[in-house]
Design a protein around this ligand. Structure first.
Ligand SMILES: [Zn+2]
Ligand SMILES: [Zn+2]
Length: 286
């Protein structure tokens, strides 16, 4: 070594450990000087602790402009198999709130259920339907800061840059974003008929011609998501002639939420925090 000061600039990001938010807002820093054999020469504690501040709690209601979705309908020619727009639109009511509370992001839909005919909707039915919806959507993805230096593999599921996402179905009597008519029994089909599931038309129970994820799929429409199968209410950017259906997706024929389902929700969160987020698969088990 020669005399004089050597400055080493290191690019790094801080990480906090589970349970340190409430009682230990500050992290002590220690700098270590090593010789060229990586033996410790000197160790100095920083004069000031590093303060890591979690974003403040916040709530953003009614985030979908117009509180509805509208998208072109496509039909396929039986002979040529070519899809073309038929001049009509799919339209439906939709909206959502975004809440950030104590490190958890909630995407909230508020649905008013209206029984059709003699059906009586009990509290137990609402509880069951809520779990049928949230069981598919909830706690599958986390919101991760795009700027995190640890990248997508960031293990910090403790609340400094990676936040659990909950999807919450609230059945309300007032202040609803959407209204859903609930029919007694199960639908008989076929797809597209009056006896079928829609964002605003649900059924008391399942039938064999629909997947068990159908209520969660329709709730997805209620919070503004599009279909992901040809001939459905797909996003305006989708051309069925070239579209590759994501078959595992709950908005297609599968049962899984996909990262892109959270793009608009996390945009709202980013505006709230003056930051940018992306959805990553949740790492911590429930
Ligand atoms: Zn991170
Ligand atoms: Zn659908």
């Amino acid at each position: 070594m020669v005399g004089g000061a050597l400055e080493v600039k290191q690019s790094w990001v801080a990480r906090k450990f589970e349970g340190t938010w409430d009682d230990q807002p500050d992290v002590a820093l220690t700098g270590a000087l090593m010789n060229n054999a990586w033996t410790l020469v000197n160790e100095v504690d920083a004069a000031k602790p590093l303060r890591i501040v979690r974003p403040a709690n916040g709530y953003s209601s009614s985030n979908l402009p117009g509180a509805s979705r509208s998208t072109p309908q496509w039909t396929q020619d039986a002979v040529s198999k070519v899809w073309s727009k038929n001049g009509k639109n799919y339209g439906w009511k939709a909206n959502y709130a975004i809440e950030f509370k104590d490190g958890v992001v909630s995407v909230i839909g508020k649905v008013k259920l209206v029984p059709v005919g003699a059906l009586v909707i009990t509290a137990a039915m609402k509880t069951k339907w809520k779990s049928q919806i949230e069981g598919y959507w909830n706690k599958v993805f986390s919101a991760h800061r795009k700027a995190c230096g640890r990248g997508d593999a960031c293990p910090c599921d403790f609340g400094c840059c990676l936040y659990e996402i909950k999807v919450v179905c609230k059945f309300v009597d007032t202040g609803e974003y959407t209204t859903v008519n609930v029919n007694a029994g199960a639908c008989t089909g076929p797809w597209g008929s009056a006896s079928w599931w829609y964002s605003d038309t649900w059924w008391e129970s399942w039938s064999n011609n629909v997947p068990k994820s159908v209520r969660a799929h329709e709730f997805g429409h209620n919070i503004g998501l599009f279909d992901e199968y040809k001939g459905g209410a797909t996003a305006a950017s989708v051309d069925p002639n070239t579209y590759k259906e994501p078959t595992a997706s709950i908005m297609c024929s599968g049962t899984s939420p996909m990262s892109w389902h959270f793009n608009t929700f996390l945009y709202v969160l980013g505006v709230m925090h003056k930051d940018k987020y992306k959805a990553v698969k949740r790492k911590r088990s429930p």
